[in-house]
Write a protein of this length. Sequence first.
Length: 125
Amino acid sequence: MLEIRRAKDIVPAFEALKGRADALYVCTDPVLAGQRIRINTLANVAQLPTITNFREYVEAGSLMSYGPSLPDLFRRAADYVDKILRGTKPGDIPVEQPTKFDLVINLTTAKALGLEVRCSRAPTR
């Protein structure tokens, strides 16, 4: 685990990882989100597959992401707003967990890392 508080901490963090990691999980926070292209570039040069929570990182070159679907969360937030505007007290609305998740794989990055991605589907009943 490496702590990155500022953008200037990213390169030293990758230097500290040399020879110590086979893959990289990138936590989501505002500093890292703003540096996702830089992080993915450094990871891909170091041949480190990366996994994150959100597809935006994969679109910026990360290997894969698995996490809640943001468009679905935004749609569900609209339901909360509707209930509140219709008079429901916010404290009376139960907290909900995400129910839709996305797995996104960047096949270009996988190929560049020398990884083969196979997809199989369970039989349909």
